[in-house]
Write a protein that binds this ligand. Structure first.
Ligand code: CA
Length: 221
């Protein structure tokens, strides 16, 4: 799970990135409109947190351009309190939720989890496939009720595949979800991680589709 944080206030962006990192997300950051628009247009994210008041291009213009270009990631908009017209315009332009400033980090995390879940078509707060259950709120993974201890990267990988169960996820897409902007990407990192997750889970869940990517069958198939 990789999230783009678009925020020009250094204090808020630092707090948000710290919060997301300790909640298990990989993060990327943009502090002006042009950089935000470019990253969102060219990189894959599980979600974007978008401040509306930005230097360069404003948040609403960016949102409209992304949606016009078919960028479908869920977007959580940050607005100044009381600007209801901005919120209405933002939602009309394709924002999935909004959060007025100032906000509590716990609420930001809850809303972020909800937009990611909904965008992947899951209504329930945890995702279960066979015996494996991922609980994004607790960042916990259990197999047959037994908790498994996964590293943050292993957790991101499993959580991303579970959210996209039923679809073959290309290796490159997985690699992009696993790393923040400044972390090094090794070409075989995904393969190694998948191997570790398989061993830790001890169940046959993640399939390799050679040359295509990885797949978890959707529940009930
Ligand atoms: Ca701002």
């Amino acid at each position: 799970m990789r999230v783009l944080v678009v925020e020009d206030d250094p204090r808020i962006s630092r707090d948000v990135i710290e919060t997301l990192t300790s909640a298990g997300y990989a993060t990327d950051h943009a502090s002006d409109g042009e950089d935000a628009w470019f990253k969102g247009d060219t990189e894959d994210y599980s979600a974007v947190i978008l401040d509306l008041g930005l230097p360069g291009m404003d948040g609403l213009a960016i949102l409209k351009k992304w949606r016009a270009n078919g960028r479908a990631f869920p977007i959580l908009v940050l607005t100044a309190r009381g600007t209801w017209s901005e919120r209405v315009e933002g939602i009309d332009a394709g924002a999935d939720d909004y959060l007025p400033k100032p906000f509590e980090m716990d609420e930001l995390l809850a809303r972020l989890r909800a937009v990611i879940r909904r965008s992947a078509g899951h209504a329930a707060p945890s995702i279960a496939i066979g015996e494996v259950v991922v609980d994004p709120k607790q960042m916990r993974v259990t197999v047959g009720g037994v908790p498994k201890s996964l590293s943050p990267q292993e957790y991101r990988l499993l959580s991303y595949l579970m959210h996209h169960a039923g679809r073959v996820v290309p290796q490159q897409e997985l690699a992009e979800q696993l790393h923040g902007s400044y972390e090094e990407r090794e070409s075989n990192a995904v393969e190694v991680l998948v191997g570790r997750v398989r061993r830790k889970l001890g169940v046959d869940l993640i399939e390799t589709r050679r040359g295509f990517g990885y797949l978890i069958e959707a529940a009930g198939q």
